[in-house]
Every structure is written in C-alpha cells, then in structure tokens.
Design a protein around this ligand. Structure first.
Ligand SMILES: C[S@@+](CC[C@H](N)C(=O)[O-])C[C@H]1O[C@@H](n2cnc3c(N)ncnc32)[C@H](O)[C@@H]1O
Length: 324
C-alpha cells in the first residue's frame, strides 16, 4: 500500500494571510518563520514578476525543505538560516532598508513536534533536546538537569503559566538526571493531580521549549524592528498560539496605534509622538471549524494584522523613560 509522506507543516489561515498581507504584488515580503515554506508559497503565488520574498528560519532543516519547495520561484526567493532577531542585519545584507510586508508564524512546525528526535513531544520517547536551531543557548536536558529548583519553578510558572510549578520543579529536582522526554513526562504526570495531567504536561514542555529557545526574550523587540522596517502602507501579520505570545503581539500593536505615550499624569502630551500603525482589521482572525477539523493544530491560532502609517520610525520608548 502507498502511504503519502506526512506534510512538513500545514499553513494556517493561508488565504487570510495572503489577502491581508499583500498590498503591492511587486513588493518585497519577509516570511520571518519560513518553516516548510507553506505560507511563503501561498504569498509567492499571488506576487507579480517583480515581487520578492526573503524567508528566515533558525532551523536548518526548515531552510532545506522550504528552499526545495520554493524552487519554482527561485529567482524571487532568498532563504536565510538565522533567528529573526537579526532581521535588520539580514535585510541590510540584501541591500534592503525597507519592506512591503512581513509575516511571523510563531512557535513550532508540525515537523519539529512530530519528529521524536527533536525532543518537543511528550507523547514520544526522544532525547531531551528542544532546540529549534543551532543558535539556541542550551538543550532541555541541560535545563532540567542543571537549573536550580527556584529557577525551574520560575520558568514553569512564567513560561508555562502552570499553577503547580513549585511542586513539579521539586519533583524534577528529586528525580533527575533525565535524558529522555518520556522519563520526564512520567515524573510530571505522577506529580500532577486531577484531570489536568495532560494540560500540565503540555505547559511544562512549553515552558522548557521557551527557555531553551529564548522565544519570548526578544520577541517584542523583533516585532518593533519589523514595524520600523515597513514602508508606509506595508503590513505585518502575526500568527500566535498561546497567551504569552498573544499578549506580546497585542502589546506591540497597541503601542503602535497610540499617539501619546508620555506620562499619563501630565496635563498635556509631553512626547509628541504620532501613531505608527493602524489596524486594517479591528478583530483578530481565527480559523473556522472546517479548518480546525482538518488541522487540529490550527485550534489555538490567532492572526493579528497591522499596517504601517506614513510617518517615519519613532522611538518606541518615551523620552521620559520606559512605558508603564
Ligand atoms: C509554525 S512554524 C512556521 C510554518 C510556516 N508558516 C509554514 O507554512 O510552513 C514556525 C517556524 O518558525 C521557526 N522559528 C521560531 N522562532 C524563530 C525565530 N526566533 N527565528 C527564526 N525562526 C524561528 C521555527 O523553527 C519553525 O520552523
């Protein structure tokens, strides 16, 4: 019997991404999280003969797969293996100071989750790795085996939003060292109570993966840099998958649409700031039931879009100090 190879990753909200992201078919677009190249392919199909796409991913496997998939567009695509924190530098190397649109599809690809060797899945036995790419600061094995109990508690609480963080961190420290995902998962389940065991597992694994890949540390800065690089009228789209990501995107967009960011206790505006963004869709876009039925991983996806206004880039911080 012939089995179809599993897809690397099924792009989520593909038609909405192309509809809202492309404002000029001959513009320059960036896919900051290329993955298997699914969204990039959809965008490229809509672009005109002069439209170009720069695809970035920190995972060398993603770059390999996407570069192959995008071969039909090879004259108009450039792929770069790097974390997207280096956006300004990556574009400067291409001689680009501005772009027409940029997409961030945050988190993991299905390929990364399903591949047991990568160590992201608590449902399969795999080495505790969890690095999205070679630039990650450490492996999950190093985190669980060498971080202090306090540090583990903090990570599980902050990045996993898990209420039982302290109990789980204590259990990890008592039972370590761990080398494999399933051994760690067993201990977490044994120290979780009630019907929330699977949720707790998912939260702890999410926390470890965020720590290993520094996923949230530079996210807001990277989104702000992307907005600064957009041409007037250009758009940014972000697909986020959990509340910490949703919050970061919301914060940056809310800041972009505001004018005064100065201290609220002054009678008049002290920062003279103009908004840099407008929202082409006031509401977020979510996959419909049919898409979720076909691709259950679309369940938690939220797409937010924003459009750059015709004002030049301004400091994101008020001259009187950081935002409240
Ligand atoms: C959800 S997948 C993207 C899937 C893609 N949109 C598609 O249609 O195939 C997320 C990708 O972003 C990459 N990634 C996550 N954080 C990154 C970062 N900070 N810099 C570069 N790539 C990142 C991951 O390695 C993964 O391949």
């Amino acid at each position: 019997m012939h089995h179809k190879a599993p897809e690397y990753h099924v792009p989520i909200l593909g038609p909405d991404v192309s509809k809202y992201l492309i404002t000029d078919p001959n513009g320059i677009y960036v896919d900051a999280t290329l993955g298997g190249g699914g969204h990039a392919e959809i965008v490229l199909k809509y672009l005109g003969p002069d439209g170009k796409l720069i695809g970035i991913d920190r995972d060398p496997k993603a770059i390999e797969v996407a570069t192959k998939r995008l071969t039909p567009f090879k004259d108009r695509v450039y792929t770069v293996q790097a974390p997207f924190w280096n956006l300004r530098h990556i574009l400067a190397e291409q001689g680009l100071a501005t772009i027409t649109g940029i997409l961030f599809d945050l988190g993991l690809s299905s390929h990364q989750i399903d591949n047991a060797d990568r160590g992201f899945s608590f449902q399969q036995r795999g080495a505790l790795d969890m690095r999205m790419g070679p630039d990650a600061k450490c492996t999950a094995r190093e985190v669980v085996n060498s971080y202090s109990q306090e540090n583990l508690t903090r990570i599980i609480k902050t990045y996993g939003e898990e209420r039982a963080a302290a109990r789980i961190a204590r259990a990890i420290c008592k039972n370590r060292p761990f080398n494999y995902t399933d051994d760690l998962a067993d201990v977490i389940v044994r120290h979780s109570y009630g019907p929330r065991k699977q949720k707790t597992l998912a939260r702890v694994f999410q926390a470890l993966r965020i720590e290993v890949n520094d996923e949230l540390t530079h996210l807001e800065d990277a989104l702000q840099t992307a907005i600064d690089l957009l041409k007037p009228g250009g758009r940014i789209g972000v697909l986020s998958y959990h509340s910490l990501e949703h919050r970061a995107v919301k914060r940056v967009f809310e800041l972009g649409v505001r004018d005064c960011i100065g201290p609220v206790d002054l009678p008049v505006c002290a920062c003279d700031r103009l908004p840099v963004l407008t929202l082409p869709r006031k509401r977020v876009i979510r996959p419909n039931r049919a898409e979720i039925a076909q691709n259950p991983r679309a369940r938690s996806a939220t797409l937010r879009m924003a459009q750059r206004l015709g004002v030049s880039a301004q400091p994101w911080l008020c001259h009187r100090g950081p935002l409240s």
